[in-house]
Design a protein around this ligand. Structure first.
Ligand code: 5FU
Length: 260
């Protein structure tokens, strides 16, 4: 039987993982389930955008490897903005290799992702060594990983038994896996945060396989906790207004979901 939906405040007090608790506290305080996918290539542009939109976001999601002028100062400044506006940083790196390789990719190289990202994600395709490798690099810190259990893109192979395998893997590694990138509700357990990309106020797609659903569809029909929005906000004339619109649409859908 389906559990009664909980408010963000209730979830913050019942969830066991401190990072998940922190996220629900932010969502409650800022009345926002909106993650901005800040897919820009210039670090100043990213920082300026995040500073303006920060008050409306619970998470800022990056693709650090598309930045053309990356420097360690960028991540320091991004962390300062996370403290200023109270959001979590999610690097959408989608690790997908054997444990020892992802461990080095997570903590090493130019980006040193483990030093600044609160959340990363991984493909379950290599087996749970991918989680074990990342976990080793994150030992003793308040970090978490999402498993890419389903994707928003057309023809995705992440479905049926693959998705079920991702759920099992998450349950086996509850101390580090804090949820899923997904397109539907996978577990009736708020310890696993369901984050859904491919969200836009108008449905449709792009020329490269992306498929969009509305915030209402993502939250009410598919059971998302967090909506991830990129171009729906950034490719507009007024990204601040657009972020407010998505924040309000997402929060309204959440309030509606509590009535179920
Ligand atoms: F795992 C996934 C997925 O299934 N779909 C996605 O779109 C990740 N994404 C990311 O979310 C993608 O890499 C973009 O960074 C972002 C969506 O951006 P959009 O501009 O809202 O389409």
């Amino acid at each position: 039987q389906k559990k009664k939906p909980q408010t963000y405040k209730e979830r913050a007090s019942t969830c066991t993982n401190p990072l998940v608790q922190q996220l629900y506290k932010i969502m409650n305080l800022k009345k926002s389930n909106l993650a901005l996918s800040v897919d820009l290539q210039n670090s100043q542009q990213i920082l300026q955008t995040v500073d303006k939109l920060g008050p409306h976001l619970c998470i800022v999601k990056t693709h650090v490897d598309i930045i053309e002028d990356f420097s360690p100062q960028f991540t320091t400044s991004l962390r300062d903005l996370a403290a200023k506006h109270n959001f979590l940083i999610f690097e959408d790196r989608k690790f997908g290799d054997i444990g020892k390789t992802v461990k080095s990719q997570y903590e090493g190289g130019i980006y040193k992702i483990s030093s600044w990202a609160d959340i990363v994600n991984a493909h379950p395709v290599p087996g749970d060594g991918v989680i074990k490798g990342l976990k080793e690099a994150a030992t003793g810190t308040n970090k978490g990983c999402l498993l890419v259990a389903e994707m928003s893109s057309a023809g995705s192979l992440a479905k049926s038994d693959y998705t079920k395998g991702a759920i099992k893997m998450a349950e086996d590694h509850k101390d580090f896996v804090i949820g899923f990138i997904c397109q539907s509700r996978l577990i009736d357990d708020y310890n696993f945060v369901h984050m859904t990309p491919g969200v836009k106020l108008s449905e449709g797609g792009d020329s490269l396989g992306q498929q969009y659903k509305t915030p209402e569809e993502a939250i009410l029909k598919r059971g998302a906790d967090v909506i991830i929005v990129g171009s729906g906000i950034l490719a507009t004339d007024d990204p601040v207004q657009a972020a407010i619109q998505y924040k309000e649409a997402g929060y309204k859908a959440y309030e509606e979901s509590l009535k179920n």
